[in-house]
Write a protein that binds this ligand. Structure first.
Ligand code: CDV
Length: 316
């Protein structure tokens, strides 16, 4: 019998600074119900899905910063979402800001979790490729302070078995999707589906003249190349629209292992898209073009893990 999984990308429209967690969780639950009604068994929510994209704001009061973080997952405000997933037998991916203690130190991560259809948390990922800066840029139209507010993720890129079909699902977050290493590590662990949430500003903070259509193009290009080169489904879900006046693009995508976009959102608001994914679609690519065991030449890839930045080294 064909292995299939109907998935939904549940895009969130803007969340303003004044919006409460309770109001956001209500929106997530409404979208989970809609996804379930369409037959979806897995829902992918965005990065930092419970609050506004707070790294755009310069803050110095740690108590104010920590209001955007969750010390528990599920916590009192998110428990109803986990409960609904359990009732509907729907699994999900959820991004949030995680506050935790490790080795006697307080740590803060940009985190996502995979939750099984029985409501149990099965997998956790902490964002590795943190974009932006840590210093205040008073001249800029907005900030991108992920390097200030978060620690670099320490869990690596993993995959988890989910659903009766034992689908191997990998997770990452936003900027990770632009890095080929992200997908490749998960593909080497057998990922059949890679899911992620994102918050992508319409404007390039450092190069404001970059046209918005190029930013959307780069988003699509990254997800489509990641899917094709790793013969994996990619589900990418945005938080979109204007949060307190600051715009972020939508274009949530479901991408097939062929690299084709099979579904995408049309709005910048709360919007659910769904697709019934044939999990065998990538098999011919895994067996032929991207048969890793047969074709990869790791003796020529060493530099990838030995060197971070570019050092000009001409061979002539
Ligand atoms: N939240 C993000 O990681 N955003 C980045 C922006 C800064 C480029 C992204 O890759 O979309």
């Amino acid at each position: 019998m064909a292995r299939r999984l109907k998935v939904a990308a549940a895009q969130l429209g803007p969340i303003h600074r004044a919006d409460s967690r309770a109001s956001v969780v209500k929106r997530l639950m409404a979208m989970m119900r809609e996804a379930h009604a369409s037959g979806a068994r897995f829902v992918v929510f965005p990065e930092l899905a419970l609050t506004t994209f707070f790294p755009r704001w310069w803050m110095t009061d740690q108590a104010e910063i920590d209001r955007y973080f969750e010390a528990q997952m599920p916590g009192p405000e998110t428990q109803p979402l986990f409960e609904l997933g359990r009732q509907l037998k729907v699994g999900f991916y959820l991004g949030y800001a995680e506050l935790t203690e490790e080795g006697g130190k307080t740590k803060r991560y940009n985190t996502s979790v995979l939750v099984a259809p029985n409501g149990q948390l099965v997998g956790k990922y902490r964002k590795v490729h943190l974009p932006g800066h840590s210093e205040h840029l008073p001249e800029a139209a907005f900030q991108h302070l992920e390097k200030r507010y978060f620690d670099v993720g320490n869990l690596g890129f993993d995959v988890w078995r989910m659903f009766d079909e034992n689908v191997l699902i990998g997770q990452c977050i936003c900027n990770d999707r632009r890095w080929p290493e992200t997908y490749r590590v998960m593909a080497l662990k057998g990922a059949e589906m890679i899911v992620l949430g994102y918050n992508t500003p319409n404007e390039n903070l450092h190069t404001p003249e970059e046209p918005q259509h190029i930013r959307v193009f780069h988003h699509r290009l990254s997800c489509q190349a990641g899917a094709y080169q790793n013969a994996s489904w990619v589900i990418a879900t945005a938080k979109a629209g204007r949060e307190d006046g600051f715009g972020m693009h939508g274009e949530s995508l479901i991408v097939a292992p062929t690299g084709e976009i099979v579904a995408k959102t049309l709005t910048e608001g709360d919007e659910v898209i769904a697709y019934d994914c044939d999990l065998s679609l990538g098999e011919y690519l895994r067996e032929q073009t991207f048969n890793f065991a047969k074709h990869r030449r790791i003796e020529h890839y060493k530099l990838i893990t030995e060197r971070t930045g570019v050092k000009a080294e001409p061979a002539n």
